[in-house]
Design a protein around this ligand. Structure first.
Ligand code: IPE
Ligand code: IPE
Ligand code: MG
Length: 246
């Protein structure tokens, strides 16, 4: 039975979040510069997005650049930003063809203007697409996002727009960058690292975590399918007992 046939289409995760990790190590294994790994990471992004669209996953969120990644060598940061611009530019057509709406979360204003503008343009062009929302986390960190949400709520309380008692989990979630999407049900990290690296800390509260040794440039739709099959074998209890959820 093919991987695809093993997937229960009635129980697909509605939102999959991915930490695309291992580009540098992939390049190093081949005796190449880290940037070569990032370039080949684009191939994996394309295949994963197509794999998600093909299955009918409504939300896919990819961690592309963290706030902490700004601390990498200048040359690598520059190359990543250049790659982002050229990729968005090249891939917009494919996003349109596949009905993918592009979205971005993070401190986007901190991106180089060329990147920011290219991104906004692609977001605008694809805004009517409805098959899948592809969110890129760029210059993103969860602590930044949570601190921002707290600040915006504090401001509303101070200005008398809301009362202290209005501050609920729902209100808090509505102030996060992900307000319009369901929480990820499945989070995949490649490259064998078992950590969250400041990604969607609030939203991952009850996500199933899936780790694979594969380095990101080698990740393909079949790997996504394997992760989904694994996800579907798990029992999600949300604090209850096994008997309760069955
Ligand atoms: C992920 O790969 C891409 C980014 C973080 C931008 P890495 O660049 O982190 O690759 P490794 O982890 O060093 O192998
Ligand atoms: C997390 O990967 C960020 C992205 C994939 C964009 P890192 O490679 O930056 O994470 P750490 O430093 O290993 O935790
Ligand atoms: Mg890494």
């Amino acid at each position: 039975m093919s991987l695809r046939d093993q997937i229960d289409m009635a129980r697909l995760p509605q939102h999959i979040a991915v930490i695309m990790d291992g580009n540098g190590r992939w390049a190093k294994e081949k005796g190449k510069m880290r940037v070569f790994g990032h370039q080949n990471g684009v191939v994996a992004v394309r295949d994963t997005v197509e794999g998600a669209v093909e299955l009918g996953i409504p939300y896919l969120t990819l961690y592309a650049f963290s706030t902490e990644n700004w601390n990498r060598p200048k040359l690598e940061v520059y190359a990543l930003m250049e790659l982002l611009v050229s990729t968005i530019n090249k891939e917009t057509k494919t996003l349109m063809k596949n009905g993918v709406r592009l979205n971005a979360i993070g401190d986007l204003k901190s991106l180089p203007p060329k990147c920011y503008n290219e991104l906004q343009e692609a977001i605008r062009k694809t805004s009517e697409n409805t098959r899948c929302t592809l969110t890129l986390a760029l210059s993103y960190s969860s602590r930044w996002e949570i601190a921002n949400a707290a600040k915006s709520i504090a401001e509303e309380v101070k200005d008398g727009k809301i009362k202290l008692d209005d501050v609920t989990e729902e209100l808090f979630a509505s102030k996060l960058c992900t307000a319009e999407m369901p929480d990820p049900e499945l989070m995949i990290r490649t490259s064998g690292e078992h950590r969250i690296s400041n990604y969607l800390l609030w939203q991952l509260a009850y996500s199933e975590l899936y780790f694979t040794q594969k380095l990101w440039p080698d990740f393909r739709r079949e790997d996504l399918q394997e992760a989904i099959i694994d996800f579907q074998k798990r029992e999600r209890r949300f604090g209850m007992t096994s008997e309760q959820v069955n």
